[in-house]
Design a protein around this ligand. Structure first.
Ligand code: GCU
Length: 343
């Protein structure tokens, strides 16, 4: 956090190394209240997508709304393109209070708190309606989001990241047998690793930024993501077959540093909370439109989209639901809570 006086490091156009150093410099700031008035703050929010990605559009909306709702006492500065590090790295920074906020995949949080594994369970959501219903209303989701507060960070909002499917250099994947021996990149999430194993492939965890080159060099045979991976991240240049296994809806989440948050005034906290809810809601339409466009653009890049019968993948992967529920009492309760929203 930085009080809004003078220049921000970003406005000076320095390198990301310096930005990182600057994050550290500010970590000592604590109080935001002077004479009863909330002092204006400038918060840094990192994410790993480009400015053409729908999540960036919605994070810009978040920043606009936060400023508007706080009478300009909250400024959020965006650092896209992974310029402050990969997801694991930025989570560490937020956790230590060095960085204020980050947008990461819920899968990336699994290594920090195993409760997050439910978001990576394949086929845990039966439809988009079920997914939105859980994310918007479930108390279990809120409990998981708040759970890490004492460890330095928590989740205060979510954005849809659509559905994830398998894509490979050129081979359509129709059955788990087709994935035999295929190295498929997954996020650094134990559940996603187990999922690809169950679905017949050889999981290869790596950070998102390494996927393009790994596909290009044949280090991996494929990856799995929503359709924007093909276009915004250019994977469609090197992966031409996208098969709709539709195995996960993994939400993108907005994490904040607990120490930063506790230093804000109540009004500032409310402004950011309301801005997150509103931008999450409008992101649903932003996302739907972006996916339609991504499909058109990917086809122009030579990608073919294959509608397949998912049943064999569902049968192969759903035993993971039992494994998850037997982990502990919370996991069983969370799973049942999620399923209760499937009307
Ligand atoms: C999605 C998600 C990113 C994540 C990426 C990945 O694109 O929005 O936050 O990094 O998947 O597969 O790593």
């Amino acid at each position: 956090m930085k009080f809004k006086k003078g220049f921000t490091i970003a406005s000076l156009g320095l390198s990301s190394m310096l930005l990182l150093a600057a994050c550290g410099e500010d970590s000592a700031s604590s109080s935001s209240s002077v004479g009863g008035e909330a002092e204006a703050v400038s918060l840094r929010l990192a994410h790993n997508q480009g400015e053409d990605h729908p999540i960036h559009t919605s994070l810009v909306e978040l920043t606009d709304l936060a400023a508007e709702k706080s009478d300009d006492s909250v400024e959020i500065e965006l650092f896209p393109n992974g310029q402050l590090g990969d997801e694991r790295g930025v989570i560490e920074l937020v956790k230590s209070g060095t960085l204020d906020m980050a947008k990461v995949s819920a899968s990336a949080l699994e290594s920090f708190d195993s409760n997050y594994s439910i978001f990576s369970l394949p086929y845990v959501f039966q439809s988009e309606e079920h997914y939105f219903n859980v994310m918007d209303n479930s108390e279990a989701v809120q409990e998981i989001f708040q759970n890490t507060r004492d460890e330095g960070f928590f989740t205060m909002g979510w954005y849809t990241g659509g559905q994830r499917s398998i894509y490979t250099a050129d081979t359509k994947v129709e059955t788990p047998a087709d994935m035999n021996g295929m190295k498929i990149r997954v996020q650094e999430s134990p559940t996603s690793i187990a999922m690809i194993e169950a679905m017949g492939g050889a999981p290869t965890p790596m950070s998102f930024g390494e996927v393009y080159t790994s596909l290009q060099q044949g280090v991996i045979d494929g990856a799995e993501n929503n359709e924007t991976g093909l276009t915004s991240n250019k994977h469609g240049e090197v992966a031409k077959a996208y098969s709709y296994t539709e195995h996960q809806y993994v939400p993108d989440v907005l994490i904040v540093s607990t120490s930063m948050w506790d230093g804000l005034s109540e009004e500032q906290q409310q402004a950011i909370t309301d801005a997150a809810v509103e931008s999450s809601e409008s992101h649903k339409a932003v996302w739907a439109e972006a996916i339609d466009q991504a499909i058109i653009d990917a086809e122009e890049m030579g990608v073919t989209f294959y509608e397949i019968d998912k049943q064999q993948f569902i049968d192969a992967a759903t035993p993971l639901h039992e494994t998850y529920q037997s982990e502990n009492e919370d996991s069983k309760r969370y799973f049942e809570d999620f399923q209760s929203y499937n009307e």
